[in-house]
Design a protein around this ligand. Structure first.
Ligand SMILES: Cc1cc2nc3c(=O)[nH]c(=O)nc-3n(C[C@H](O)[C@H](O)[C@H](O)COP(=O)(O)OP(=O)(O)OC[C@H]3O[C@@H](n4cnc5c(N)ncnc54)[C@H](O)[C@@H]3O)c2cc1C
Ligand code: SF4
Length: 516
């Protein structure tokens, strides 16, 4: 009996459940690098390089540890599987449950001549069942409660008083210390980038050829720049990025977590999501190393707690919710928004708004923008302009180095554009240009005026913001957290509101295609 283990491109961990369920003597491992992923979605060129190069490195690492590994490049999975199963007399195929629902459905459509065994995923701290058991106890889910439960359950940043109940420092959350505006000249530490090795160089060439072939067929170019490519592609490099983060940015993580600075795309952010999301790092090992190093180095608790909350709180929460909410969540559209994405979203630049063009340019360059750029610039624009939430989610998925369905849905639909009507966020994250002016340096180089809300020079985020509130006032009225801003809306003189909404209409007409 030979067990076949099919390792998917986001499961590149030697301790993933399917590999752990067997041994090198009893099994053969398969990895398939399939171009068919491009038939549903055109991914950022660097995302393809990251995943395919990491798969090739992972296959080599497994081989070095005694596993018999077969690596195939193909146009579709079904070209490879039947022959592989037959030629190695595989009697049972094991796969760790994929995080993205669609992928399991696609695999199930393949029909295997041998029994297929799904192993529950061990890629997160919370299993889907444990999350469901926690969530079923609440009428209204809130991340903060989930995060506190995670701290207690996994014993992270807790008082060493033997009870395991009280948070270190006496407080669960230091977020209010972490919202500083950027002072003049703010610069973050340089991130760690890598020179592509021979394997990565070959994948870069492959993606270049694939892109040329697409263009020759009249298809749009794959999003983003292919080079310079500097992401790590192996566990060794991912661990180096983690060490580099601890050495250079962990202590400063907190204060400027929400700041956005032109020419400083990464500031004190960890740049770990691509590695976590494809399995090169496990979230528990990252949390434990951060906690241990942070305490040894006496890192300010606000910074240490801040980054641990992102991982043990937000990351686990968005993953748990994706499975808890189920497949219907992806289609929600609370505000019935239907505006198609403007062409400069797809082109990753050219809007004429300094904030949007800066962030889009950074996404084009590396497939990366930090959290506040994603939330308060890109998604905020989508919310205010009424962009189709499903089209926006698909755009995020295609444009980002770390995009996966499980993390996109709750972040874009829930947190970003409130398409779920408040199942994740307690209010829409809608903000005017004033927020961007306060938290970034973008407005200094913009042709628009962040202090104006009507007229030709008015910041479009301002006119769209008041227009959004006016359009959705009846639905927002019932939300106590919107009471203050709706009061401000009511205080706007009618003529001024009309002028603001006129400016929003002019922006729409000039910048957005009409809905079909
Ligand atoms: C509209 C929108 C889209 C997003 N799309 C993605 C995505 O496709 N893939 C993705 O991994 N994250 C996504 N996020 C969450 C977050 O923005 C990124 O995880 C983070 O910016 C990655 O950069 P970093 O590693 O430097 O993160 P840091 O800011 O340094 O945070 C550390 C880690 O915490 C985790 N984390 C922080 N916030 C979140 C969150 N809200 N959800 C899940 N994990 C979180 C990430 O693993 C991250 O690596 C999105 C957020 C928004 C608002
Ligand atoms: S003025 Fe408005 S559009 Fe220009 S950068 Fe500032 S927030 Fe963006």
């Amino acid at each position: 009996m030979t067990i076949g283990i099919w390792v998917l491109g986001d499961q590149l961990s030697a301790s993933q459940a399917a590999l752990c369920s067997s041994s090198p003597e009893d099994s053969r491992v398969l990895l398939v690098e399939s171009n068919s992923v491009l038939s549903n979605r055109a991914y950022h060129q660097q995302k393809l390089v990251l995943v395919w190069s990491a798969m090739r490195h992972f296959a080599a690492d497994l081989g070095a540890h005694g596993w018999r590994v077969d690596y195939h490049e193909s146009d579709c999975f079904s070209d490879v599987l039947p022959n592989w199963l037959a030629s190695h007399q595989i009697t049972e195929l094991r796969i760790m449950e994929p995080e993205d629902r669609g992928f399991r459905a696609a695999i199930e459509r393949l029909h295997f001549p041998v029994p297929l065994v799904w192993l529950p995923s061990n890629a997160f701290l919370w299993s889907r069942e444990d999350f469901a058991a926690w969530a079923s106890g609440y009428k209204q889910l809130r991340m903060e409660l989930f995060y506190r439960e995670g701290r207690r359950r996994f014993g992270v940043l807790m008082q060493p008083d033997g009870t395991g109940l009280a948070p270190l420092g006496g407080q669960w959350n230091y977020d209010h210390d972490n919202r500083k505006s950027p002072p003049k000249g703010l610069r973050g530490p340089d991130p760690l980038w890598f020179q592509p090795d021979g394997i990565t160089g070959a994948v870069i060439e492959k993606v270049r050829q694939l892109n040329h072939a697409r263009q020759a067929q009249g298809l749009a170019s794959l999003p983003g720049d292919l080079e310079p490519f500097g992401w790590g592609v192996s566990r060794r490099e991912a661990l180096q990025v983690l060490d580099h983060f601890i050495a250079t940015r962990l202590a400063g993580f907190g204060p400027y977590q929400d700041a956005m600075v032109t020419g400083e795309p990464t500031l004190w952010h960890a740049l770990l999501s691509p590695y976590l999301n494809i399995g090169l790092l496990h979230p528990l090992e990252v949390i434990c190393r951060l906690e241990q190093a942070g305490l040894e180095l006496q890192v300010p608790l606000a910074s240490l707690e801040g980054v641990i909350r992102q991982l043990l709180g937000w990351r686990e929460y968005t993953h748990g919710l994706y499975h808890w909410f189920g497949p219907g969540y992806g289609q929600l559209n609370h505000f019935r928004a239907s505006q198609p994405l403007p062409p400069w979203f797809e082109q990753l630049g050219g809007s004429g708004l300094a904030c949007l063009d800066t962030v889009l340019g950074e996404v084009r360059g590396r497939g990366y923008a930090h959290h506040i750029q994603r939330l308060m610039v890109l998604a905020n624009y989508g919310l205010l302009a009424g962009l189709d939430p499903q089209a926006l989610t698909a755009w995020f998925h295609a444009s980002f180095i770390d995009g996966f369905d499980w993390v996109m849905q709750t972040n874009v639909l829930g947190m970003g554009v409130y398409a779920d009507g408040g199942r994740l966020a307690s209010k829409p994250y809608a903000a005017s240009g004033n927020y961007i002016r306060r938290m970034s340096t973008y407005c200094q180089n913009c042709r628009y005026d962040p202090k104006q809300r009507s007229g030709a020079d008015a910041c479009p985020f301002n006119s769209l913001y008041w227009d959004f509130l006016a359009r959705h006032e009846p639905e927002l009225r019932g939300n106590p957290r919107m009471a203050l801003v709706l009061k401000q809306l009511q205080k706007l003189p009618a003529e001024e509101l009309e002028a603001v909404r006129h400016a929003a209409a002019i922006h729409r007409a000039a910048m957005l295609a009409p809905p079909t």
